[in-house]
Design a protein. Structure first.
Length: 277
């Protein structure tokens, strides 16, 4: 079951049943569409002054104030708290922009201090085919982004994977030898004329392989965009709800799902490398 709704995520979450979502997986807008204090518009966003700016949408300019962005993020997570099942996870892909380095950290801090969620893990996503986001002589080329893993305070964080535990000889400490917080995955894999910041199907599959626990899983993406999370769920056999305010992107995602038309394959079993523990 795939259900993409052309409405705000805050509206969708009011309609979803409480505790009905097992995993929230999303890549929200980063609020990085700023230049020297002057907001860019949908018309003038482009590569300028050595900065590649891919954050461009057909219905959102992406230039809130930092306070507005933090307030919106807190409201968003309060909605997650209502719909997320016990021990569920929020997988939140976000990064900072060269023109607004503090905004991301302020928003994440606001979530931890003003909601019932805490950071369970921070995953570093290395983009195996990333385009550089900076041509500045003063910055290194960044080919990674964060995925913050949130769970409710006091709840267990659950994994789905074939875990292999190893002990360090000198200290006796234990670690998962085949799991780390570093994931390499392909970058945006779908060109969409209404969204220059599409998500990664490869990353979605690898995240769901870790955090989608059980055979019956319901995923929610509050910023569905061109439908990447839904495509990953379609291929893995998971139910998925999505919200998207752009009518054009909802149509695009619907057609993309029809083109994809794949059922669950051996992909997940091959990735896990065996039975679950």
């Amino acid at each position: 079951m795939i259900d993409i709704r052309n409405e705000s995520c805050l509206d969708t979450m009011q309609k979803l049943s409480p505790k009905s979502i097992d995993v929230v997986l999303t890549s929200p807008f980063y609020n990085t569409n700023k230049k020297a204090g002057k907001a860019r518009t949908l018309e003038n966003t482009s590569v300028a002054d050595g900065q590649y700016d891919y954050v461009r949408y057909d219905t959102h300019v992406d230039n809130m104030t930092d306070k507005e962005y933090c307030d919106f993020t807190v409201e968003l997570f309060k909605g997650f708290d209502r719909v997320l099942s016990s021990n569920g996870s929020v997988l939140y892909n976000i990064c900072y922009g060269a023109e607004n380095t503090a905004g991301m950290f302020q928003a994440v801090t606001a979530v931890v201090t003003q909601t019932d969620f805490t950071i369970a893990d921070v995953i570093v996503w290395k983009k195996s085919n990333a385009l550089p986001n900076s041509c500045s002589p003063n910055r290194l080329t960044r080919i990674w982004e964060f995925v913050f893993v949130f769970c409710r305070k006091g709840e267990l964080k659950t994994f789905r994977c074939n875990k292999r535990v190893t002990s360090l000889r000198k200290t006796g400490q234990k670690a998962y030898e085949n799991i780390s917080n570093f994931i390499e995955a392909k970058n945006n894999d779908e060109t969409c004329p209404f969204n220059k910041a599409t998500f990664s199907t490869d990353l979605c599959k690898k995240l769901l392989a870790l955090y989608a626990v059980g055979d019956t899983v319901t995923v929610y993406d509050p910023f569905m965009g061109s439908g990447t999370t839904a495509v990953a769920c379609q291929e893995l056999g998971y139910d998925c709800y999505g919200s998207e305010i752009s009518e054009n992107q909802v149509k695009w995602a619907t057609e993309r799902l029809a083109r994809n038309g794949k059922s669950r394959s051996k992909w997940l079993d091959e990735l896990l490398g065996g039975d679950e523990e």
